[in-house]
Design a protein around this ligand. Structure first.
Ligand SMILES: [Zn+2]
Length: 262
């Protein structure tokens, strides 16, 4: 029988081995041991990851929870899993690969892709965790990719303090070179196959600016309502009260994007 090591460690406190307060799904994550750290709102479970790294993730997850709660108006208590490698992260998420992603939302939890996450600066880490936590808290079923990813980036970048041309550098370069997609990004633009990382980056930025346009023009509460309506009634019916169709939104989004980089 393999040995299961469980350490529930309040940030800065003493370890409590085998704490009964651990969620059951954390106890069986890895047979050779799970280290759990807790932030003010978050729980972080790591595999072969230094506790200091897990504490940093917990701090960012706490900030992310605050930001997501602020937009959605609901209480958010993140569960973040930090595997030992991208391979382990992909296995946990049940996908073939996670190239280019620093974290993914998987059911009710956020899975960090440790190699890519470690390359981000502090702002990037907060943005990524806020983005994924938005997926977890708001749900994604029935929402088209541009709205799903754009909404998560809207919440992710909302308080990050980054100018649009900096946060959307790849799209800025494309637009300044006279190119801009004629349609909002579809599923193929978000394919994580490692073939065209530039296109993948621009797809997120295009989606982000579509949601940012909606928030700028109609208000953040309207954007949140539109997202919820799109989940239950579909995006066409969610846009209708704003006097928009996907086609008219696309035209206004293109003008908004051009204006951002003029
Ligand atoms: Zn996403």
């Amino acid at each position: 029988m393999s040995c299961l090591l469980l350490l529930a460690v309040p940030a800065g406190g003493a370890p409590a081995v085998g704490s009964p307060v651990l969620p059951p799904e954390l106890r069986s994550l890895w047979p050779d041991g799970v280290v759990v750290r807790r932030g003010a709102r978050s729980t972080v479970a790591g595999h072969r990851t230094p506790p200091s790294v897990l504490d940093e993730v917990a701090r960012h997850a706490d900030t992310a929870a605050q930001r997501v709660s602020g937009v959605l108006g609901t209480s958010v208590r993140p569960l973040v899993v930090v595997p030992a490698s991208a391979r382990e992260a992909a296995d946990l998420a049940g996908v073939a690969r996670l190239d280019g992603l620093a974290a993914v939302a998987d059911g009710g939890r956020v899975i960090v892709v440790p190699e890519a996450y470690a390359m981000l600066n502090l702002t990037g880490k907060s943005v990524v965790l806020t983005h994924e936590l938005t997926h977890v808290a708001a749900g994604t079923d029935g929402v088209p990719p541009w709205l799903r990813e754009g909404f998560a980036d809207y919440v992710g970048y909302r308080d990050a303090g980054l100018p649009v041309p900096v946060a959307a550098a790849e799209l800025a370069a494309e637009v300044r070179a006279g190119r801009l997609q004629k349609a909002l990004p579809g599923p193929e633009a978000f394919a994580v196959d490692g073939r065209d990382p530039g296109r993948l980056a621009r797809a997120y930025q295009e989606a982000w600016l579509a949601c940012r346009f909606l928030a700028d023009r109609f208000g953040e509460r309207t954007l949140v309502r539109l997202y919820r309506d799109a989940r239950t009634a579909g995006v066409d019916r969610a846009l209708a009260p704003l006097g928009l169709s996907v086609a008219t939104l696309t035209a206004r989004w293109r003008a908004y994007v051009r204006h951002q980089f003029a």
